[in-house]
Design a protein around this ligand. Structure first.
Ligand SMILES: Nc1ncnc2c1ncn2[C@@H]1O[C@H](COP(=O)(O)OP(=O)(O)OP(=O)(O)O)[C@@H](O)[C@H]1O
Ligand SMILES: Nc1nc2c(ncn2[C@@H]2O[C@H](COP(=O)(O)O)[C@@H](O)[C@H]2O)c(=O)[nH]1
Length: 190
């Protein structure tokens, strides 16, 4: 059986990865989405096992020690990581998997999956990015400032990605990503 394809979506905090990812879920229900582990506290409405697997620092360090994570990174004071088995099992079943992760983690995944497809979501501008993080109402001013300073470093790593998609409008961004997925399936693989 042919293996599935691995897609990674990265981009600065607040650019709209979750929003576009949710729109994509509706359009492409056959795509499997990885649920990450994190030490960050749940936001209002977030559910354990749905949005994230919420872990204590000790639990997360245990996952690292047991080599249960495909990649992990520390981002703005918290750990985030991708459970390895779920990714491996999904691909082995011939299904595509979609990871929504930050840049340090994405580069680690690229080392392990050089054939993965790496997509970077860009904001129309830095001012718009700041408005989106602020508008979401989930972060303190200090965290917004920290996430914005990381955003500039993250965007400097765009060259490591295969595709750049501007999230100007949710439906357009979603359509572009859907087109990338379709095109990757039409590729002639050796
Ligand atoms: N194209 C868009 N136009 C206007 N607002 C948008 C657009 N896409 C997303 N947003 C809004 O921007 C805010 C941030 O979006 P979202 O939470 O999806 O970002 P994210 O990249 O997943 O952030 P994080 O990495 O911090 O989890 C949300 O309030 C969302 O409604
Ligand atoms: N390296 C990883 N980054 C991840 C993972 N899951 C999510 N993320 C990214 O972290 C930041 C912050 O997320 P937030 O939910 O606190 O706003 C964002 O860029 C996510 O994409 C992961 O497993 N590994």
């Amino acid at each position: 059986m042919a293996k599935g394809l691995l897609f990674v979506l990265s981009g600065p905090s607040g650019v709209g990865k979750g929003t576009v990812g949710n729109a994509l879920r509706e359009k492409l229900p056959e795509l499997t989405y990885s649920v990450s582990a994190t030490t960050r506290s749940p936001r209002m409405g977030e559910q354990d096992g749905v949005n994230y697997f919420f872990k204590s620092r000790e639990q997360f360090l245990g996952m690292i020690e047991r080599d249960e994570l495909l990649e992990h990174a520390e981002y703005v004071g918290n750990y985030y990581g991708t459970p390895r088995d779920f990714v491996d099992q999904t691909l082995a079943q011939g299904k595509d998997i979609f990871l929504e992760i930050e840049v340090q983690g994405a580069l680690k995944v690229k080392e392990k999956f050089p054939d993965g497809i790496f997509i970077f979501l860009l904001p129309p501008s830095l001012d718009e990015l700041k408005d989106r993080i602020r508008g979401r109402g989930t972060e303190t001013q200090a965290t917004i400032d920290h996430r914005m300073s990381v955003a500039v470093d993250e965007m400097n790593l765009l060259r490591h990605y295969d595709y750049a998609v501007v999230n100007d409008e949710i439906d357009f961004a979603c359509k572009r990503i859907e087109s990338i997925i379709i095109a990757e399936h039409c590729k002639v693989h050796p």
